[in-house]
Design a protein around this ligand. Structure first.
Ligand SMILES: C[S@@+](CC[C@H](N)C(=O)[O-])C[C@H]1O[C@@H](n2cnc3c(N)ncnc32)[C@H](O)[C@@H]1O
Length: 205
C-alpha cells in the first residue's frame, strides 16, 4: 500500500484577522487582503490540493486499491480521503466542497463520508501508518525510487508553493529523496511517486 500525504498544505478558511466569515482562502482572489498575514506569499492555495487530488484519486494505483490519500494543512488538520472519492473537476465547485469540509468536518454532510477532517498533526498521522516514510525534497538525496520503495510506503510531499515544510518532517523520514535538481510542483512529484510505485508493484505487466 502507498500512503500519499500532501503536507503543510496551504488550505484554510479566511483567517478572522482579515475578514469575518467562513470562506476558503484563495490567494488569486484575496491577494490584497492577505498582505498583513504571516507567510502571506505562500498561503491560500486550494489549487495545489485540487490538482494533487485529481491525479491521486484517478490514478491506476487508486483504482487497484493500493493508494490511501491524505491532505495535512498548515493548521494541523488531516483530511482523510475515501479511495472511492472522485474529485470534482470544476475548481469553483471543488473549493465549495473543501469549504464545507473545513467547516463541518465531513462531506457529504449526510450519509457515509467521502472526505473527513480531524484536528491532527502530521507526526500523529505518521505514527499511525506502519510504512517506510519517504519525504520528497530538493534537499534530499538523488536516488531511484525503485531502490527506495518497499511494499508499504508513506510518501510525504509539500503542499505549498514556496519556502520550506513547517512540520519537522525530517525527524520522521526514513529517507529524504530529491527527484530533480529543479523545483517541481507538488502534483508532478505525486505523479512520479505514484507511477514509480505502480512499476515497483508491477501493475503494468
Ligand atoms: C513547489 S515545492 C515547494 C517549494 C520548495 N521551496 C521546494 O523547492 O521544494 C512542493 C513540494 O514538492 C516536492 N518537490 C519539489 N521539487 C522537488 C524535487 N526536485 N525533488 C523532490 N521533491 C520535490 C517537495 O515535497 C516540495 O515541498
Amino acid at each position: 500500500m502507498m500512503h500519499l500525504i500532501l503536507a503543510d498544505s496551504e488550505l484554510e478558511l479566511m483567517p478572522e484577522e482579515i475578514k469575518k466569515g467562513r470562506i476558503l482562502l484563495d490567494s488569486s482572489l484575496h491577494h490584497s487582503l492577505m498582505k498583513g498575514l504571516k507567510d502571506w506569499k505562500r498561503r491560500g492555495r486550494p489549487d495545489i490540493v485540487h490538482i494533487f487530488l485529481l491525479i491521486a484519486q484517478e490514478s491506476i494505483l487508486n483504482k487497484e486499491g493500493l493508494l490511501r490519500t491524505y491532505v495535512h494543512t498548515r493548521n494541523n488538520e488531516i483530511i482523510y480521503v475515501n479511495p472511492e472519492m472522485r474529485i470534482i473537476k470544476n475548481y469553483n465547485r471543488f473549493k465549495g466542497l473543501m469549504q464545507q469540509l473545513l467547516i463541518h468536518g465531513k462531506v457529504p454532510l449526510k450519509g457515509g463520508s467521502l472526505m473527513k477532517m480531524k484536528k491532527e498533526r502530521l507526526d500523529e498521522l505518521l505514527n499511525k501508518i506502519k510504512a517506510k516514510k519517504i519525504v520528497f525534497s530538493r534537499k534530499g538525496k538523488r536516488k531511484a525510487l525503485q531502490d527506495v520503495f518497499e511494499e508499504n510506503v508513506a510518501c510525504i510531499i509539500g503542499g505549498f508553493p514556496s519556502g520550506n515544510f513547517i512540520s519537522s518532517v525530517e525527524k520522521y523520514a526514513d529517507e529524504i529523496i530529491r527527484l530533480h535538481e529543479e523545483m517541481l510542483p507538488a502534483w508532478i512529484v505525486a505523479m512520479e511517486a505514484i507511477v514509480a510505485y505502480e512499476n515497483f508493484m508491477k501493475l503494468h505487466l
